[in-house]
Design a protein around this ligand. Structure first.
Ligand code: NAP
Length: 307
């Protein structure tokens, strides 16, 4: 199938791009490998998206964005894009089960959680090792869990887990959190959270499921273990750009480099949301990127027609 624009990724950036492209009467497909919504759909409550003074549940906000894009004629396609090549000024997408052709592309594939890279992490994934408290928190009702990391995600999810579990150890490699002040204050005031500072996880222990963590003091190197039933890893994200890295320029972290119009190094390929090199990664900035990228695509296609 051939489209004016193919959007890859169905988080807030992709869905907003779809809404704008659809309203601009561009023949638009949105390709998503799973359920639309992206990371925001795995966040319990979103408190910093304007217009919802009491906050809004992540899945609900994303479902509304998807409905809005659908209303303007965006065609949703569930498949995985494996490779992109350029042929005669068009982009051919090799997907798991089909080929798709677009006159322009918007990459909005976001980012996914980084792994710690320690023994036991892969082996016990899904059996106590998790990267999504909203998805898996309920399995740990009244138990003890650890959260690793000191950013917004770690602190926010540690706070969420306190509603379910008996105790949360927040393990951070330094002695100060990176998370925003308001989240820090809530965490410090929460009696269910115990902070373990200047510490890294050396190994995740357990036979069939997580039973304990081997911790290492970042200053002295001393090791000790603590008993936990689960570990939630929030040490940052890595961009989903493997399928496009050979074509478009990325920075040292793998994020797509864009110009003021969100165009990548390849004319006709645009990027929006967490997948591109930028300062602030939030739902609101992803949505804003989506709008900008779709408008830029519209201009790009018009100018191309005139040439
Ligand atoms: P992040 O801000 O990059 O924080 C990652 C944390 O993990 C840092 O505290 C870092 O320690 C630690 N870390 C990194 N590698 C590690 C390793 N190998 N071992 C142990 N610790 C390690 O990532 P994030 O929290 O996932 O957030 C990503 C983006 O989404 C941010 O821009 C964030 O603001 C945004 N976000 C916002 C909200 C919100 O506004 N409510 C919620 C979630 C995410 P150091 O501090 O020592 O570097």
């Amino acid at each position: 199938m051939s489209y004016d624009v193919i959007i890859i990724g169905g988080g807030p950036a992709g869905l907003t791009a779809g809404l704008y492209a659809g309203r601009a009467n561009l023949k638009t497909a949105l390709v998503e490998r799973g359920m639309p919504g992206g990371q925001a759909a795995t966040t319990e409550m979103i408190e910093n998206y304007p217009g919802f003074p009491e906050g809004i549940m992540g899945p609900e906000l994303m479902m509304r964005m998807a409905d809005q894009a659908r209303r303007f004629g965006v065609e949703f396609v569930t498949t995985n894009v494996e490779r992109v090549r350029e042929e005669d000024g068009r982009f051919i997408l090799s997907c798991t089960d089909r080929e798709m052709v677009g006159r322009a592309l918007i990459i909005a594939t976001g980012a996914e959680p980084k792994e710690l890279g320690v023994k036991g992490e892969r082996e016990l994934r899904g059996r106590g090792v998790s990267y999504c408290a909203t998805c898996d928190g309920a399995f740990f009702r009244d138990k003890k869990v650890a959260v690793v990391g000191g950013g917004d995600a770690a602190v926010e999810e540690a706070l969420f887990l306190t509603k379910l579990v008996d105790k949360v150890y927040l393990i951070h490699r330094r002695d100060a959190l990176r998370a925003t002040k308001v989240l820090q204050e809530r965490a410090f005031a929460n009696p269910k959270i115990e902070f373990i500072w200047n510490t890294t996880v050396a190994e995740i222990l357990g036979t069939d499921k997580v039973e304990a963590l081997l911790l290492q003091d970042a200053k002295t190197g001393e090791k000790r273990s603590i008993a936990v039933d689960g570990i939630f890893i929030y040490i940052g994200m890595k961009p989903n750009t493997e399928f496009i890295r050979e074509l478009a320029r990325v920075d040292e972290g793998g994020y797509l480099i864009t110009d003021d119009n969100l165009m990548t190094s390849i004319p006709g390929i645009f990027a929006a949301g967490d997948v591109r090199q930028k300062k602030l990664r939030q739902v609101i900035t992803a949505a804003a990127d989506g709008a900008m990228a779709a408008v830029a695509v519209e201009k790009y296609l018009e100018e191309k027609k005139m040439r």
